[in-house]
Design a protein around this ligand. Sequence first.
Ligand SMILES: Cc1cc2nc3c(=O)[nH]c(=O)nc-3n(C[C@H](O)[C@H](O)[C@H](O)COP(=O)(O)O)c2cc1C
Length: 202
Amino acid sequence: MELLDAMKARRSIRKFKSDPIPESLITQLIESARLAPSGSNIQPTRFVVIKSDEARRQLGQATPLPFVSQAPVVIACCVSTESFGGLGTRMRELMEAGAFTDTPLEKMDTESYAKRNPMDQATAEAYLRLNAAIAIDHITLRAIDLGLGTCWVMMFDQEKVKQILGLGENYNVVALLPVGYPDQNPTSRPRIELSEILLKEV
Ligand SMILES: Cc1cc2nc3c(=O)[nH]c(=O)nc-3n(C[C@H](O)[C@H](O)[C@H](O)COP(=O)(O)O)c2cc1C
């Protein structure tokens, strides 16, 4: 499917058929997230695939939205707060892959640049979520191609979800993504005009 067609066809789906999703499709969704870009290639996004009736039942108590746990699969999209620790390795990998060739980055000591320009905690958290959002949206678009529906969900109790999934303090859950075959066919949702989002050309 053309990317533009997937973008046009995607909707937030809030009603799913109970039909199970083949394992290979879930793998393809996670693979699409793996391909996403991330700042300094730190790749902080992690996923928990929630399939069992019991785990979904428990999850249903951590969100006010019943359609989430009614989906046959829910992907908990998380970030590892320890990802910054791998920055040096990731940068070396990029260097070896030639990503910086013929740019000022080739000679820059990016690790000490990061140390000289540290992010405060709020900025670091936002940065991780920004990276996760890109990976998550890769999933929502790939899902269209596979005939699946998804919905970004951020209405959940962070601590409850982490407890249900047995996630330690080094993980934050960014979004829950219910996944299933759509049992609704919504028309496109309203968007503001192009002229409103394009502020100016300078
Ligand atoms: C960051 C983000 C958070 C969202 N959180 C929720 C949510 O908690 N519950 C929900 O039902 N939909 C949620 N949505 C879906 C939006 O309501 C939806 O994308 C928007 O209304 C446009 O509809 P569309 O996705 O069908 O185009 C979220 C979407 C995004 C991108």
